[in-house]
Design a protein around this ligand. Structure first.
Ligand code: PLP
Length: 383
């Protein structure tokens, strides 16, 4: 049926109708007073979302562009960096850093497990010469549904004193608290098609005063992604290049919606969606790829027991028009991922679980007991 497609993937995420309508307009001039006002409002609200007084800059780029900007603006070739890698996106940090000639030391964990803060502590404490320039991690590892313990890792970075803490918050911002000022996060990268509830196309970078100090001596070449240019423009409620004007019409409305909901309510909603999804999976006899104490609030990775993950995704798509994400790399066919990030309500999760139950029934899953997923989810959401 037309227009019934339901996105339950960890990005792009569903877009509210009021945001879609806000974007369905002729663009206005990006040097006009009206647009300048919009940039000013958006920037204030981005700071609210990041819980910061630091600069939050907007780039016409996807999340990876924001990550790359974070590397090239504050570091130089040959710099020693510690990179956390326990999934596809941690791996990407390493790839970007190596592409720019940084000296990368990876701290790894098996996919599906959280990074061990003690491993960071050991490396940082051993670095008495203060040669580590940055610790770079993915907060919510979307490929596995693991939420890394950023807060604890960051306390070890702070004890080191010199290294910057750089964070991919692409699927944590908006789902869990990322208190940039309280924790002293130096660079936080994110992208529009996730918790922001708007389509892809914008990247965001929050920059601390300590990171700006590093910017002064960083020598990697940059032009389009030179964040100094963005800061100068943003300080004047402007943008250095032509921005995606209509996307920003949408962002303005989306941020207003988030403010109306409130940070705490937004985090609680994501927590409840996560708990309901995990309870339902357990109820259906399916495995959970991430442990309870390190579960991403954006995405739940599920391991089917007796039926194929790709068959589940295919039936969900064909029969119910619900998109689930598959496993990436070696996890392809082993897991499927249910996104519950951004504009997702309890009703959406119940719908997806009910469809999943019917799908398992149709595929003849031996382990699933009909109704058990809904019962488990109702118990979570009934409270
Ligand atoms: C944790 C994480 N980091 C980075 C990215 C990359 O973002 P993009 O595809 O917008 O470049 C994604 C996208 O799914 C992500 O989930």
């Amino acid at each position: 049926m037309q227009d019934k497609h339901m996105l339950m993937i960890p990005g792009p995420t569903p877009v509210p109708e009021s945001v879609l309508l806000a974007m369905a307009k002729h663009p206005i001039g990006h040097r006009s007073g009206d647009f300048s006002q919009i940039i000013g409002e958006i920037t204030e609200n981005l700071k609210w979302l990041h819980q910061t007084q630091n600069d939050v800059l907007m780039l016409t780029a996807s999340g990876t562009g924001a990550m790359e900007a974070g590397i090239i603006n504050f570091l130089s070739a040959g710099d020693r960096v510690l990179v956390g890698n326990n999934g596809k996106f941690g791996e990407r940090w390493g790839k970007i850093a190596r592409a720019f000639g940084l000296e990368v030391e990876e701290i790894t964990a098996e996919w599906g497990k959280a990074l061990d803060p003690e491993a960071f502590k050991a490396k940082l404490e051993a670095d008495t010469e203060k040669t580590i320039k940055a610790v770079i991690i993915t907060h919510s590892e979307t490929s596995t549904g693991v939420l890394n313990d950023l807060q604890t890792i960051n306390t070890h970075v702070k004890a080191h004193g010199e290294a910057l803490i750089m964070v991919d918050a692409v699927t944590s911002l908006g789902a869990v608290s990322v208190p940039v000022d309280e924790w002293g996060l130096d660079m936080v990268a994110s992208g529009s098609q996730k918790g922001y509830m708007i389509p892809p196309g914008l990247g965001f970078v929050a920059v601390s005063p300590k990171a700006w100090k590093a910017y002064e001596t960083a020598t990697l070449p940059k032009f389009y992604l030179d964040l100094g240019t963005y800061k100068k423009a943003t300080d004047k409620n402007s943008s250095p290049f032509t921005p995606p004007i209509n996307l920003m019409f949408g962002l303005k409305v989306a941020l207003e919606m988030m403010k109306a909901e409130g940070l705490e309510a937004m985090f609680t909603r994501h927590q409840r969606l996560t708990q309901a999804t995990r309870a339902a999976a357990r109820g259906l006899g399916l495995g959970l790829f991430a442990p309870d104490d390190a579960a991403s609030h954006a995405v739940t990775a599920v391991m089917p027991s007796t039926v194929e993950a790709e068959a589940i995704r295919s039936t969900m798509r064909k029969q119910f028009d619900i998109a689930l994400a598959g496993g990436q790399d070696h996890l392809k066919g082993k897991i499927f991922r249910i996104g519950h990030l951004g504009f997702v309500s309890e009703r959406d999760v119940l719908t997806a679980i009910a469809a999943l139950e019917a799908t398992l029934e149709r595929l003849g899953d031996q382990g699933a007991k009909s109704g058990a997923g809904m019962a488990a989810a109702a118990q979570v959401l009934g409270n």
